[in-house]
Design a protein around this ligand. Structure first.
Ligand SMILES: NC(=O)c1ccc[n+]([C@@H]2O[C@H](COP(=O)([O-])OP(=O)(O)OC[C@H]3O[C@@H](n4cnc5c(N)ncnc54)[C@H](OP(=O)(O)O)[C@@H]3O)[C@@H](O)[C@H]2O)c1
Length: 479
């Protein structure tokens, strides 16, 4: 299903954003949005019914606004409040261009990139939209004074643009968040290497935290049939990222028997890395910060767990000086849990705070694979432990088309499960992002967009029943 590109012969009047009517005549809760929802919930509407549904002039989406960019100036990150910068507002519906699809979004999820966008850190996302807008007339549509966020969705295709053959209205889908142009050969072996690689809903507009979203059709993948809309929307970004970072040959290339140190093992990325390690015959060493999170890791099947709060590791003596004694204490603890072995792979993302320790505890010849720097991106580590012990640091970012597809396939086959802990309404997305920013959440936090309630959209009850305990693991444990 990859590589659906506009064919050269197809010419196209450039699709515009519809003019938005004055607010007084907007059909925000009007018949069209309601009709779309009813058609989906009915479960009986066919492709032609969806194709015949009129599109609404506008839809509700979670946005940051260009006018708000300076609102947190001078504040520490921790004090910035996503509830103040995230707004739910009506935005005009874009028409799908060549190779694009418009999707009715039943549910989405909060990723940490939504938190970064809401804090305007490390940069306001409007710079990304401006740069994208300079690429082409089609891309110019993204450069707007508002940015509809969100990099996950589960929903139903409403319209496809010219050149799209693999998908049609009525298809039930999830979307991965890799947006690429593929006009350069650089990305033809590994789509993540495309020079115009972007994360949809973070570096492009019209994201999934909305009633309707615009995607490139090659982002679309079949929705796993045994999951509800909100469950299906939860894994996409983090599961694909963890898959490349840990399993793929582009990442650590994990194998059976590997010891894998997983930071934030019950968080967004970590909850999938833990499952991938267990499903792949590796041994996860899960680092978490509370007994509740430790219990969740145990319930996934992990046995080696470190509560970093209870054990009080302080890898930094002060802002500039690390404490190698603490690295050693941490390494000793890992050996206690593994029967004397060091870790083959470190699944890194906290960044500055942990990176020195991660490099230290990796075994000779082992791999530190990193996709983020939540606590600071200027990392420091003692290079003697890297070169003398022939360790490797691998940078990893999201996943290419194939890796995202394979990661979704694992969900669809019930080998990896969503880690949804809590679900919010679209109007409460600010609170959801606040919870993730404050690390108050477990696993993934979902958002209902068009879905009127939780639990809808399941097509394969038999398979669901088989995996019900695992699907609900994060909810049950939350109590
Ligand atoms: N490059 C990519 O493609 C990509 C994709 C997804 C995410 N990311 C990035 O990866 C990071 C994590 O994302 P996520 O979705 O997993 O977020 P998350 O749901 O907040 O989980 C991260 C977990 O890391 C742990 N943690 C946070 N700060 C830490 C610190 N200073 N030291 C040790 N552990 C710490 C916390 O777990 P405990 O408190 O239990 O230890 C937290 O739950 C974010 O910066 C995000 O932007 C990058």
């Amino acid at each position: 299903m990859t590589g659906v590109l506009p064919s050269k012969g197809v010419c196209l009047a450039f699709p515009k954003i519809r003019a938005i009517p004055p607010t007084s005549v907007l059909l925000r809760e009007g018949p069209t949005v309601k009709e779309i929802t009813s058609a989906i919930v009915s479960g009986t509407a066919r492709a032609e019914d969806f194709a015949a549904l009129p599109l609404p002039e506008s839809y509700r989406g979670v946005v940051v606004r260009r006018d708000d960019v300076g609102m947190f100036e001078g504040m520490d990150s921790v004090d910035k409040d996503p509830r103040k910068s995230l707004h739910v507002q009506d935005v005009p519906t874009p028409e799908p261009g060549p190779g694009e699809a418009l999707v009715a979004v039943m549910a989405s999820s909060v990723n940490y990139n939504t938190v970064w966008s809401s804090l305007f850190e490390p940069l306001p996302t409007f710079g990304f939209l401006e740069r994208y807008g300079r690429l082409s007339e089609l891309a110019k549509r993204h450069d707007l004074p508002y940015h509809v966020l969100g990099s996950d969705l589960a929903g139903v295709v409403l319209r496809t643009g010219p050149g799209v053959n693999a998908w049609q209205p009525g298809d039930e889908v999830v979307a991965h968040c890799l947006s690429v142009e593929l006009e350069s050969s650089d990305g033809h072996g590994d789509t993540m290497l495309d020079p115009e690689q972007r994360i949809w809903g973070f570096e492009t507009n019209f994201g999934g935290l909305a009633e309707i979203a615009l995607v490139k059709s090659n982002q679309l993948m079949p929705k796993p049939e045994h999951l509800s809309w909100e469950e299906a929307a939860a894994p996409g970004l983090v599961n694909s990222t963890a898959y490349r970072q840990l399993v793929s040959r582009n990442g650590a290339g994990m194998k059976q028997g590997d010891n894998v140190l997983i930071w934030g093992a019950s968080g967004g990325l970590g909850s999938y890395a833990t499952q991938l390690a267990l499903a792949g015959g590796a041994t996860p060493i899960c680092v978490v910060s509370s007994p509740q999170k430790a219990d969740i890791c145990r319930s996934m099947g992990a046995e080696a767990i470190i509560d970093r709060s209870a054990e009080g590791y302080r890898f930094w003596k002060d802002e500039r000086t690390q404490d190698p004694k603490e690295w050693k204490r941490f390494g000793k603890r890992i050996r206690e849990l593994t029967g004397g072995e060091d870790v083959d792979i470190v699944f890194e993302h906290p960044g500055r705070e942990t990176f020195g320790a991660s490099v230290f505890v990796t075994r000779k010849g082992g791999t530190i694979t990193t996709c983020a720097s939540t606590s600071g991106f200027m990392h420091e580590y003692d290079n003697r432990y890297l070169w003398m012990s022939l360790k490797r640091i691998i940078g990893s970012h999201f996943a290419n088309y194939r890796e995202a597809w394979e990661a979704n396939r694992l969900i669809a086959k019930g080998k990896i499960h969503p880690t949804l802990s809590k679900v919010y309404s679209l109007d409460d997305t600010g609170q959801a992002a606040y919870d993730v920013h404050r690390n108050l959440h477990q696993g993934k936090v979902g958002v209902l967009c068009l879905a009127p309630e939780e639990g809808l959209g399941v097509k394969n009850q038999e398979m669901r029943d088989k995996h019900l305990h695992a699907i609900n693991r994060f909810r049950t444990e939350q109590g």
